[in-house]
Design a protein around this ligand. Structure first.
Ligand code: FES
Ligand SMILES: [Fe+2]
Length: 377
């Protein structure tokens, strides 16, 4: 019998059915619910330069983000209220002034409020009320230098269901991107999260990571997950002897963040998971964020970025790519495992999986997902 504080499941529940990973209608419903109602990370504030407009995607929805010369951020559905032209092309950054102008017939909108200011060559009759044709707003929030968007007109507060304060002692706002890695993986977005949510695969898939984090080599994410765990058991250090962070050598790549508690330093890594779109992992010397974008039922884009203090980046000969190589290797291994998982899920003979007690976090993810999807009217 597991201790009451153990996260282990007390039964082996079924996984999601095969169609959850393959069917277009299931995928569309996820986009219309999970990705339309939750805060989705779209980048760093630095990615949106003052005086520009940039297009991003939230779930399946094209959104244009504007930033005024003063630095104020706003976001709108990327569709003109005249006949629907996109305002900013995919991947495009436009220089703007006070106005965001449609590239088709030049309707002009206030870039901060979305108010329709002018209809260019068109001369509307009195039945047309400009105030009814403002751009449709998308809610935006900042956390630690990250920009989050939410398609819901009345979203919950960012952090309502995630303990963002976990990273209060990291100077997140001031960190600067030193490395970026983007890849498309051939799997459903949920396969990525499921893989992220367990360590039963770690001994077979991640030799380097298991060397760095000894508990991972036992197939567990933490000692607390072990069958027979009790709270009085002494806690072993998370990282191997001598290691302080996730770098090839385990040595910090620059100055250690000064505001961390001894426990935060000792932990070696601290994860914050922001379903459905991102996770952040903070180390004593740098921080990494991985975002995911669902593309089709069987393909997902991953964007991983590494952030450092300015003084770390300024070190002579500092090589951010070399620091990033450790986690990138782990993510490549996870990507290959996720693609392997997806191919098997696509086999006609696969019906539905079965979760093990150590896969409590996947079970929580499934229940969260199904609750969100069934919440549709
Ligand atoms: S569609 Fe934008 S001005 Fe016509
Ligand atoms: Fe993994």
């Amino acid at each position: 019998m597991a201790h009451p504080d153990s996260p282990r499941l007390t039964h082996c529940p079924p996984g999601l059915p095969q169609r959850a990973y393959l069917a277009q209608d299931w995928f569309d419903r996820e986009l219309a619910t999970v990705f339309a109602r939750h805060w989705v990370a779209v980048g760093r504030l630095d990615d949106f330069a003052p005086g520009t407009a940039r297009s991003v995607t939230v779930g399946a929805a094209p959104v244009v983000v504007t930033r005024s010369a003063k630095g104020d951020l706003a976001a709108f559905h990327n569709a003109c209220r005249h006949r629907g032209s996109e305002l900013c092309a995919p991947g495009q950054t436009r220089q703007i002034g006070r106005l965001l102008t449609c590239p088709y017939h030049a309707w002009a909108y206030d870039a901060a409020t979305g108010r329709l200011v002018a209809t260019a060559h068109a001369r509307p009759t009195p039945d047309f009320r400009a105030e009814d044709h403002a751009l449709l707003p998308v809610q935006s929030r900042l956390w630690g230098g990250f920009v989050f968007l939410n398609l819901s007109p009345s979203p919950p507060e960012l952090g309502a269901d995630v303990p963002l304060s976990t990273l209060d002692n990291w100077p997140m706002d001031s960190l600067i991107r030193g490395h970026r890695w983007e890849v498309q993986i051939a799997c459903n977005w949920k396969v990525f999260w499921e893989n992220y949510s367990e360590c039963l695969h770690c001994p077979g898939i991640h030799p380097e990571l298991c060397d760095m984090v000894p508990v991972y080599a036992t197939g567990l994410m933490s000692a607390q997950e072990a069958a027979g765990w009790t709270p009085d058991q002494p806690q072993a250090p998370a990282l191997k002897p001598g290691a302080e962070t996730w770098t090839a050598s385990g040595a910090p790549c620059g100055p250690v963040f000064p505001g961390l508690t001894p426990a935060e330093r000792q932990a070696g890594y601290t994860f914050v998971t922001l379903w459905p779109s991102a996770y952040v992992v903070a180390h004593v010397d740098y921080l990494r964020c991985v975002r995911l974008q669902p593309l089709t039922p069987t393909s997902t884009r991953l964007i991983a970025e590494w952030y450092f203090p300015a003084e770390t980046l300024a070190q002579p000969g500092f090589d951010a790519a070399a620091v990033a190589a450790f986690a990138r290797r782990v993510m490549e291994q996870d990507g290959a495992a996720s693609e392997m998982n997806q191919r098997g899920i696509g086999a006609p003979g696969f019906v539905q999986g079965r979760l093990m007690p150590e896969e409590y976090e996947i079970h929580r993810f499934h229940r969260w997902l199904l609750t969100e999807m069934e919440a549709l009217p």
